[in-house]
Design a protein around this ligand. Structure first.
Ligand code: ZN
Ligand code: MG
Ligand code: ZN
Length: 484
């Protein structure tokens, strides 16, 4: 097995013209000092452009900066490259694995190489050190981003198996959505995956009231059948759901004061989902909800010695750009305020429209949920997209249909929305660009950084915990050979 430094040399040599290298041996973010507690807050599908959009919205509409701005100013901040082992564009499974293991792997799998060789995750290392562990997410708790810190699987979509791996690992805190991977009446094999947790003294909750009352030592809380509903629908449509902050806060309360400290992975997972759907309103409110969580976490770090908060996005999604409008671009911010009129997610709109809506009904729902007066042409186009008769041009960039057609008609589509929101999505896929990352800690001094690699964050965490550990590795050339 090659050491990290040797791999760097060969990796770079191989990398020219074929695969992108990691450059973790630069160790640009070596920590000075140790941490008892690590909180890793991942933003799924969050780009610098998304940051700028939310930053502007918060300042103009709430007259306050984002907590994320404060984090970038007070902590060490920079950009992180996130390509996976064999693709310049990562998926969430490969990206989260790299944080949790220090290795890039093939998209779609969790902490395992294509030959089945398993990697050791940071939560396993933490547990071996006697630390408490936890995962919190507003996706299904068995979704890729949290799963990559515990489970090993060639297929991230096998969430029922991932739930079984959780039952074997037994993190102290698991809070999210995804009853369907645990409940016997919803699992394909009829197994009761709540039982092993109940037997082991966990508080197992599936409803909000019990969740809010629970004060356990260990918890499995799955608070929705699938993902936790979007913040925009909770806020404006009365959809019942926990806030992101209350899920994170509960997890933190349970882990706080653990004898040997803790490692807690919190994800805000639905920025990605909204961006996949070209849904700027839902994406914005996910970012704002996460920002409430972030403020709470920064306060916790400020008053808790030896605690480090790491924030990072795993990749961009949707390639949204906010573009300049008007003479000297001076209408840009005003037009951007049209985001204020978005009061439902695209998913909510589409389920409201159903399978065979009339043009009139489409116009009514869209106007109510976005403030846009849809033209006859665009209402018809959306109707045809829903029935499968119309497919947007550029299918490779916009495979998610018919929902992306909703974004297309809202931005004017073929013509006629005179003052539409100045946010333009380039795709419904993930994107390659470097993404935001930051480190914040009381009593732990991390150097400022420019561009890091996602592998670096694993080594930052092991340094902080005083662990010297390297996982096995595989070259990109060998990894692709399994898929040829
Ligand atoms: Zn992701
Ligand atoms: Mg995710
Ligand atoms: Zn995604």
């Amino acid at each position: 097995m090659m050491k990290r430094k040797e791999f760097l040399k060969t990796g770079l040599a191989f990398g020219v013209g074929t695969f992108l290298p990691s450059f973790n041996s630069r160790k640009p973010i070596s920590a000075i000092g140790k941490a008892r507690n690590i909180i890793f807050f991942s933003y799924d599908g969050f780009s610098w452009e998304d940051f700028s959009s939310a930053q502007q919205f918060s300042r103009r509409n709430f007259q306050k900066p984002l907590n994320l701005e404060k984090l970038f100013h007070r902590g060490s901040a920079g950009s992180m490259q996130s390509h996976s082992l064999t693709s310049m564009v990562t998926d969430s499974a490969a990206a989260t694995t790299t944080w949790s293991t220090g290795r890039k792997i093939v998209n779609g799998s969790l902490s395992v190489f294509p030959d089945g060789e398993e990697l050791t995750t940071i939560l396993e290392l933490a547990k071996a050190k006697g630390k408490a562990t936890g995962i919190v997410s507003n996706t299904t708790i068995t979704h890729a981003t949290p799963a990559g810190w515990i489970a090993k699987h060639l297929n991230r979509r096998d969430e029922e198996n991932i739930a079984e791996q959780y039952a074997a690992f037994k993190a102290d805190v698991m809070i999210g959505g995804g009853i369907e991977a645990f409940a016997p009446n919803l699992r394909s094999d009829g197994k009761d995956l709540f039982k092993p947790f109940v037997d082991d003294g966990y508080s197992v909750v599936t409803d909000l009231d019990n969740f809010r009352m629970a004060q356990p030592d260990k918890i499995l809380a799955v608070l929705s059948e699938d993902h936790v509903p979007y913040e925009i629908d909770r806020r404006f449509r009365g959809v019942s759901a926990p806030t992101h902050r209350e899920m994170a806060e509960k997890g933190l309360e349970i882990l706080d004061g653990s004898e040997n400290g803790f490692v807690l992975h919190i994800e805000t997972g639905r920025i990605d989902h909204a961006n996949h759907r070209t849904d700027a309103g839902a994406s914005l409110w996910e970012i704002l909800a996460a920002d409430e969580t972030l403020g709470m976490l920064m306060d916790y770090v400020d008053k808790t010695p030896e605690t480090v908060l790491i924030m990072a996005s795993d990749h961009g999604t949707g390639g949204a750009s906010v573009y300049g409008v008007g003479e000297r671009y001076r209408s840009s911010s005003e037009i951007h305020d049209l985001l204020n009129k978005r009061t439902a997610s695209f998913s909510w709109i589409m389920s409201e429209l159903g399978r065979n809506p009339s043009e009139e009904f489409i116009k009514e729902i869209i106007n109510d949920a976005t403030g846009v007066e849809l033209s006859d042409n665009n209402a018809r186009m959306l109707q045809q997209a829903i029935s499968g008769e119309f497919v947007m041009p550029d299918e490779a960039a916009f495979p998610r249909q018919p929902i992306a057609t909703l974004g297309y008609v809202l931005k004017g589509g073929t013509n006629d929305v005179p003052t539409h929101l100045n946010i333009n999505f380039g795709t419904t896929q993930h994107t390659a660009g470097a993404v935001p990352a930051a480190i914040y800690g009381n009593g732990v001094d991390a150097k400022p950084f420019g561009l890091i690699d996602n592998t670096d964050l694993f080594y930052l965490m092991t340094d902080l915990m005083g662990i010297d550990y390297q996982n096995p590795e595989m070259s990109p050339e060998k990894a692709v050979s399994f898929y040829e």
